[in-house]
Design a protein around this ligand. Structure first.
Ligand code: ZN
Ligand code: ZN
Length: 232
């Protein structure tokens, strides 16, 4: 409403570079028209919302039922008129809603329109990238990235440390997770001397059942071999 008062167009119209005006007289919306527009646009819904209060203030409670019926009737007729107006708009263009038709204002271009120059090279590139990104968004969730990452890691990191028994575990092994190298949170083990965070181990195992210890390539036989570390 404020933008209509200042510029003679709503925010959406301003984005589209159009303004309210009279198509036959070739002039823009006047101050009086703006006030009428505000009254119809804000006043009518406000009146409807505050009807009960107004009726109470004016001590017309005995007429309340009749007034309500009247308002309902007006509302229904307005809906019908709106539909008719919209049909007319679709058929001939011009006034989108009843308020515009009542005031005789239309959305017009302030400047005459030039023929649009479309760069087909740019448009094709844009369409191509759009299609490509949509394809990627569709395909990415279907790819098990964790499994691919683990396979590549195993492939590049073939050197195998001697697998030590659990008794040979050093203090250093207990202090760092074999996956994230941080202090292990809720430490778990798979059978080698290394220790894993609960999250690091289970997220890797769930994504890739062929997960092996990244430090010594010790394999997991089944889920029962994933156990919490017992500190004695
Ligand atoms: Zn970890
Ligand atoms: Zn290990």
């Amino acid at each position: 409403m404020y933008t209509v008062y200042c510029n003679g167009s709503t925010v959406g119209q301003e984005l589209l570079n159009i303004k309210y005006g009279y198509s036959n007289r070739r002039s823009w919306i006047t101050g009086r028209q703006k006030i009428l527009y505000a009254l119809l646009f804000i006043g009518c819904p406000w009146f409807k919302e505050r009807l009960t209060d107004i009726v109470n203030i004016l001590h017309l409670t005995q007429w309340h039922q009749q007034i309500n019926k009247c308002i309902k009737w007006i509302e229904n007729s307005l809906k019908l008129v709106t539909v008719c107006n919209f049909m007319l708009f679709l058929n001939r263009g011009g006034y989108i809603n009843i308020i515009e038709r009542l005031l005789g204002i239309q959305s017009l271009y302030p400047h005459s329109q030039n023929i649009r120059q479309v760069s087909f090279e740019f448009m094709t590139r844009e369409l191509l990238w759009n299609g490509f990104s949509e394809f990627l968004f569709f395909i990415l969730p279907l790819v098990n990235l964790q499994k691919i990452k683990n396979t590549i890691k195993r492939w590049t990191n073939r050197k195998t440390e001697n697998i030590k028994t659990l008794c040979q575990r050093s203090d250093q092994d207990l202090k760092s997770c074999a996956v994230c190298s941080d202090w292990p949170i809720n430490p778990h083990e798979i059978g080698c001397q290394h220790v894993f965070c609960y999250y690091c181990l289970f997220s890797n195992y769930k994504a890739d059942p062929g997960f092996v210890c990244p430090l010594c390539n010790y394999g997991i036989e089944d889920e029962t071999s994933l156990k919490p570390v017992e500190l004695t």
